[in-house]
Design a protein around this ligand. Structure first.
Ligand SMILES: Nc1ncnc2c1ncn2[C@@H]1O[C@H](COP(=O)(O)OP(=O)(O)OP(=O)(O)O)[C@@H](O)[C@H]1O
Ligand SMILES: [Mg+2]
Length: 294
């Protein structure tokens, strides 16, 4: 069953028990069944029936720890809580199919009230093994944080970065809302740069990317830190490039910022040189990025 159909199949009591479990989980991975029951306000047979249903739908997991039955929330269960909050906040009306999957996220097409398309990004930190290195900093890999806290921190960071960048005319998806580990943004109808789309004017596309890097650096005072052809989407209708995937950004005064900025700029310039046969000097591009514009 897809996420949207699953969401629609849930009833009020399911959400009550999920919300109670979430409450009981603050700072830990599992909570005793009786605590969840008490917090849910649903008791006895009705509680057990609900729990059984949630278990069958894989929204919770049961396990016995030191003789006591404990409950865990699964990513799917956490998804349902976030969707519910986003629907209630009028950010989302419906959720459709999956449009992208990253190392630590899944992206779905969503519909906002009024029918506008939005991208719904579910952060999934710590679920899969680390296939590639990524510059997520210590806070997001903090072993003392549970998976859902790590994912939540990343979602908050991504939303905050977009909120700072978007009003500055940086080319990033417009942030629409977030809840827990889920970030909702404008949907970009485009192609990822790694697919090497044919571009009418690759030089202009590169310039626009570097301009956004520069705006981020000088005006929002942040560095993306993971810029690559995988995190740039080129809009189909007008070849405007959007820089996506911001949770690992660092502030400009962070000791790692100069190296990350240099790496970001070099990486993207070299990609354009190789694929679109430009001859841009990466160091010159970096100097341009570092020069504030009027
Ligand atoms: N706003 C958006 N509009 C349309 N599609 C998007 C949008 N944001 C993301 N996508 C799609 O989802 C994919 C993954 O998104 P994103 O890069 O944000 O996360 P991520 O790849 O999980 O991060 P990483 O793999 O670097 O850990 C993108 O490559 C793109 O195909
Ligand atoms: Mg990505």
């Amino acid at each position: 069953m897809n996420i949207g159909a699953l969401y629609r199949s849930l009833v009020d009591e399911d959400f009550k028990v999920l919300a109670a479990l979430e409450k009981a989980l603050v700072g830990r991975e599992h909570a005793p069944v009786d605590v969840v029951e008490r917090l849910s306000g649903i008791h006895g047979g009705r509680f057990l029936t609900t729990l059984r249903r949630l278990h069958k739908m894989r929204l919770v997991r049961r396990e016995v720890v030191a003789g006591a039955t404990m409950l865990r929330l699964t990513y799917l269960g956490y998804d349902m809580l976030a969707l519910r909050a986003l629907v209630r906040a009028n950010v989302l009306e419906a959720i459709d199919g999956r449009v992208g999957v990253g190392k630590e996220s899944e992206i779905y097409l969503g519909l906002a009230p009024g029918g506008t398309r939005v991208a719904v990004k579910f952060l999934r930190i710590g679920r899969a093994s680390f296939r590639q290195t990524r510059r997520l900093r210590a806070w997001a890999r903090d072993r003392s944080m549970t998976w859902y806290e790590q994912s939540k921190v990343c979602a908050e960071r991504e939303f905050k970065a977009l909120q700072e960048l978007h009003p500055l005319s940086a080319l990033v998806p417009r942030p629409v809302g977030y809840s827990r580990h889920v970030v909702v943004t404008e949907f970009i109808d485009g192609v990822e740069l790694y697919e090497r789309p044919e571009l009418e004017d690759p030089g202009r596309v590169l310039d626009l990317i570097l301009e956004t890097v520069s705006i981020a650096y000088h005006r929002a005072r942040i560095v993306h830190g993971d810029l690559s052809e995988y995190n740039i989407m080129v809009r189909r209708e007008d070849e405007v490039p959007f820089i996506i995937d911001w949770p690992q950004y660092v502030y400009r005064d962070d000791p790692t910022a100069p190296d990350l900025l240099r790496r970001d700029v070099h990486y993207v310039v070299k990609f354009f040189n190789k694929v679109y046969r430009l001859r841009v000097d990466p160091e010159e591009a970096l100097r341009r990025v570092l020069t504030p514009r009027g």
